[in-house]
Design a protein around this ligand. Structure first.
Ligand code: CA
Ligand code: CA
Length: 203
């Protein structure tokens, strides 16, 4: 292998490497940009969707039922009938290294809720679980779990009445983002031109 070919090969590896870029997303979803009573079950919130077996993930605003009391702005709940339907399911579009979620209500009864994380969007292995223990719902309590590759979190409530609302979901994702074709062609063209220039110089 002569020197000019070595230069060309090195440049092509660089161009190929540029074909995939890493995009890091750090987000907190506060639900405050939705309207009261809106159903956001399955809505793409930007890297995460929230679903509930009831088919309803409802926005609670203006402290309706005390759900958003002590948490800023809107919160979400699944109060269909007498109590919350478990679990509230948070599905991530790309692996997340941690999940933080707050849960609570206006206080006055005894609640507890549990955060559990998994390595798959459906099924998979449990990576960790943590519980608030008993509290009266106010102020909201935050729970955090960290793991190498979280793709789903579930929140389950137990308690005396109605359940809790959830708010302020935080997570961090590193996504592999392919570059658009024109950028790849430009990279390959530059590599070819550099290689030709090197060959001409060497000759
Ligand atoms: Ca909020
Ligand atoms: Ca409560």
């Amino acid at each position: 292998m002569n020197r000019s070919f070595q230069s060309l090969a090195g440049t092509l590896v660089l161009a190929a490497g540029l074909g995939i870029a890493q995009s890091s997303i750090a987000a907190t979803i506060n639900f405050d940009n939705f309207a009261d009573q809106q159903n956001i079950n399955g809505v793409d919130l930007g890297g995460v969707t929230v679903t509930n077996p009831s088919g309803v993930v409802e926005i609670y605003a203006n402290n309706r039922f005390g759900v958003s009391n002590s948490s800023p702005g809107n919160a979400i709940g699944s109060f269909t009938g007498a109590s919350s339907i478990n679990p509230m399911i948070f599905t991530f579009s790309a692996p997340t290294s941690f999940v933080t979620l707050f849960g609570g209500d206006g206080g006055g009864d005894t609640d507890s809720w549990t955060l559990t994380v998994y390595d798959a969007q459906v099924g998979g292995n449990m990576l960790g679980t943590i519980s608030t223990g008993d509290f009266n719902g106010s102020p909201y309590l935050g729970l955090t779990l960290s793991a190498a590759s979280i793709l789903r979190a579930e929140a389950n409530w137990t308690g005396q009445a109605a359940g809790v609302g959830y708010d302020d979901l935080s997570f961090d994702q590193v996504a592999q983002v392919p570059l658009p074709a024109p950028a790849l062609l430009l990279g390959a063209g530059l590599a070819g031109m550099i290689g030709m220039a090197r060959r001409r110089k060497a000759g």
